[in-house]
Ligand binder design. Structure first.
Ligand code: ZN
Ligand code: ZN
Length: 388
């Protein structure tokens, strides 16, 4: 097979991916990664905007005279996890690790940018969006609030995430929700504390917590329509320090995941009612902190269809995604712009470790497929076939 410029580009991006893997950075601290991206974009003649939403970088590439535009997003941050892969290019920073493959996302999008800067086979504007702080710090929201789509208007926005559960190269998405909304709650049951031998004198926050745990676990089965789906998990219980003392305060913590705003509302409302009712019945006060931190990631129907036709155009296997209960801050971009979130299968021989596992590594064989898919999305939206 003839050696092509594309092969050289992919080889270059594999080296870059491994370099980023060796130098992972946590959310909003992606200084080195962002500088590296900006330098490579500039060298390819792409207009560069740094410091968008913190450490975010946007590259703008225009061609032809069409007013149409597309955004492609990659996340840049690593996780606070100790890597255990033993790879030659393993993390050089203790306790920080690209355990979600965002190093691969950067390399796939940068590869597409460099390829499009050279071939320029499109008519319109491509915005390459390199986002900080996806892992729980809402860098996507930071970019949107910093005027991302006002400064860089996009008719569509797409994001790829590697997906170890799918075979290498399989492209999966779906219309509607693909990732869940994530809420977290902390509940305090507050009494005054007293002697455990005299419970008739002291409201019992421990017993109330036990009752409340059982009640809260009934919300999904009793209050949520069974055709919808949602999760409520209580993950923390804290209270008490001595065998003969009824504690003054017990706290419960946990998470709620849902795909539909109405369901999310039902769950929060019932949780608040149950806490208030239980506290009252035990003679306790209460505090509730309920935080809806990531909305559901909801794909536009047309955009999802465009993903499938783009994937078909590069000969990729296609799968309909079954929505995942994990969450993703690309949700904030999809609230502001039509688009779709896409999973790119990366399981090789014997499959790899799951996302966020200390032995996870991005599969470099997925890299050229990701570059092709980005380019195919640009072609689907800004190709010469569309009237301008
Ligand atoms: Zn992750
Ligand atoms: Zn991720």
């Amino acid at each position: 097979m003839a050696h092509s410029e594309f092969d050289d580009l992919v080889a270059d991006m594999v080296l870059l991916r491994r370099d980023i893997h060796s130098h992972p950075e946590l959310g909003f601290e992606e200084m080195r990664t962002a500088a590296l991206i900006a330098a490579r974009l500039r060298a390819a003649g792409i207009e560069v905007h740094e410091g968008v939403g913190g450490t975010g970088v946007v590259g703008v590439l225009r061609n032809g005279d069409s007013a149409r535009s597309i955004g492609l997003r990659a996340d840049m941050d690593a996780l606070p996890v100790q890597e255990e892969t033993g790879l030659p290019y393993a993390s050089r920073h203790d306790g920080i690790f690209h355990g979600c493959g965002h190093d691969g996302h950067v390399a796939m999008l940068l590869g597409a940018a460099l390829h499009l800067a050279r071939t320029r086979r499109f008519n319109g504007t491509v915005n390459f969006i390199f986002q900080p702080a996806e892992e729980g710090l809402a860098g996507g929201r930071a970019m949107v609030e910093d005027g991302l789509f006002r400064r860089f208007p996009c008719d569509r926005v797409f994001a790829l995430h590697n997906w170890p559960e799918l075979p290498l190269g399989t492209v999966a998405t779906c219309p509607g929700p693909i990732m869940a909304a994530a809420d977290r709650f902390e509940i305090a049951l507050v009494g005054r504390g007293g002697h455990a031998a005299m419970p008739y004198d002291t409201p019992d926050a421990i017993m109330a917590a036990g009752v409340l745990i059982a009640q809260l676990n009934s919300i999904i089965s009793r209050d949520v329509n069974p055709t919808a789906s949602a999760v409520l998990s209580i993950t923390q219980v804290h209270g008490g320090h001595a065998h003969n003392v009824i504690p003054a305060r017990v706290t419960l913590g946990g998470t709620v995941r849902s795909f539909d705003a109405d369901v999310q509302h039902v769950i929060e409302t019932r949780l608040r009612e149950m806490v208030a009712g239980t506290a009252q019945s035990f003679g306790l006060d209460f505090e509730i902190h309920y935080d809806r931190y990531y909305p559901a990631t909801i794909n536009d129907e047309d955009a999802a269809a465009e993903v499938f036709s783009a994937a078909a155009s590069i000969g990729a296997d296609i799968a309909s995604a079954r929505p995942a209960f994990t969450s993703e801050d690309f949700a904030f971009m999809l609230q502001a712009c039509k688009g779709a979130y896409i999973w790119l299968g990366q399981a090789g021989e014997g499959a790899g470790a799951p996302l966020h596992n200390p032995r996870f590594d991005f599969n470099d064989d997925a890299l050229p497929i990701g570059v092709h898919l980005h380019v195919a999305l640009v072609d689907a939206w800004l190709g010469f076939g569309y009237p301008t």
